[in-house]
Design a protein around this ligand. Structure first.
Ligand SMILES: [Zn+2]
Length: 303
């Protein structure tokens, strides 16, 4: 099996080709945002390049936003990229290259990638949460991605954890990602110390013993944990995989584990959640490509 793989993100497009086991010729370019044709032209250039290297049998696309995998298009209403929503990306690519194309959202691809090639190997059930500008999730149940009745399961960033709270880009108030995303941490730090730091800078201040930062991070971890706690109570996940660049901080993984274990053992009628384990995602910024490859393997074996 050889597949060309593309991960369309809000900031960059990543690409590679895969043989079902490994990725080759990885590259990354900024996402063109002027209009949909500029984006499509970039995708065609990448695919032309990947297709000269080796014969391919499938194309796998991981895409940011709410993806309808049956229609092969993004169904957002947020208009973060002009013309991106409801554009027949998959069908145009399939027609141009004459190959089967599978297209899924980036959170599901990340979860499937971790399931087949990363932290979720050998796990039957887990949830993979990705923390960045928002919070995304892929739900892996009984050895497969749970997509939901309309393919939009896993939108945990928009579960409400603070009724009537902060305004969210979805139009609601008090959504989880307004408190638990990396952006929420950056905002709260800026609010308290009047300086806008990125995630890496915030954690370097923590290492230097900054007490204010310590407490702000701890409050942010409480927000993360309450969401995970709720998901564990609904789905009874034993394993939680945490992704996004910031989750490479071992301090964060350990602290989330401690607080989650405390909540689950303190606020539970039965003593059955104490072995809930938090794992660091293993595939980094290639998780979407690995997931797209896993979808291609599945598609080719079920044609
Ligand atoms: Zn929301």
């Amino acid at each position: 099996m050889k597949a060309s793989l593309i991960d369309i993100g809000g900031t960059s497009i990543k690409y590679a080709w895969g043989d079902g086991e490994k990725l080759y010729d990885f590259g990354e370019i900024p996402t063109p945002k002027q209009d949909i044709q500029a984006l499509m032209n970039s995708l065609y250039s990448i695919l032309d390049m990947l297709h000269t290297a080796e014969d391919k049998q499938c194309i796998g696309i991981s895409a940011t936003g709410l993806v309808d995998p049956q229609k092969g298009m993004v169904r957002n209403r947020t208009n973060t990229m002009p013309g991106y929503d409801n554009y027949p990306i998959r069908d145009l690519i399939a027609a141009k290259y004459g190959l089967p194309v599978c297209m899924h959202n980036d959170s599901n691809c990340a979860a499937l990638g971790e399931a087949k090639y990363g932290a979720g190997r050998n796990l039957k059930d887990f949830i993979c949460l990705t923390f960045g500008t928002g919070v995304g999730a892929g739900i892996f149940l009984n050895g497969d991605i749970y997509e939901g009745s309309r393919f939009f399961a896993g939108e945990v960033g928009h579960m409400v954890t603070h009724a009537g709270g902060r305004d969210c880009r979805c139009g609601n108030k008090g959504c989880y990602e307004r408190y638990a995303s990396v952006t929420a941490l950056i905002d709260s730090v800026e609010d308290k110390i009047s300086e806008r730091l990125n995630g890496r800078e915030i954690f370097s201040r923590l290492q230097n013993g900054d007490k204010k930062i310590y407490f702000l991070i701890d409050e942010w971890i409480d927000e993360i944990v309450i969401g995970i706690y709720t998901l564990v109570r609904i789905f009874d996940f034993r394993d939680i995989v945490l992704g996004g660049g910031i989750m490479q901080e071992q301090y964060l993984i350990d602290r989330i584990q401690d607080k989650l274990s405390y909540c689950l053992s303190s606020y539970s009628i039965v003593d059955c959640f104490k072995d809930t384990k938090v794992h660091k995602a293993q595939l980094g910024n290639k998780a979407g490509l690995y997931g797209a490859m896993a979808y291609c393997v599945f598609k080719l074996t079920h044609l």
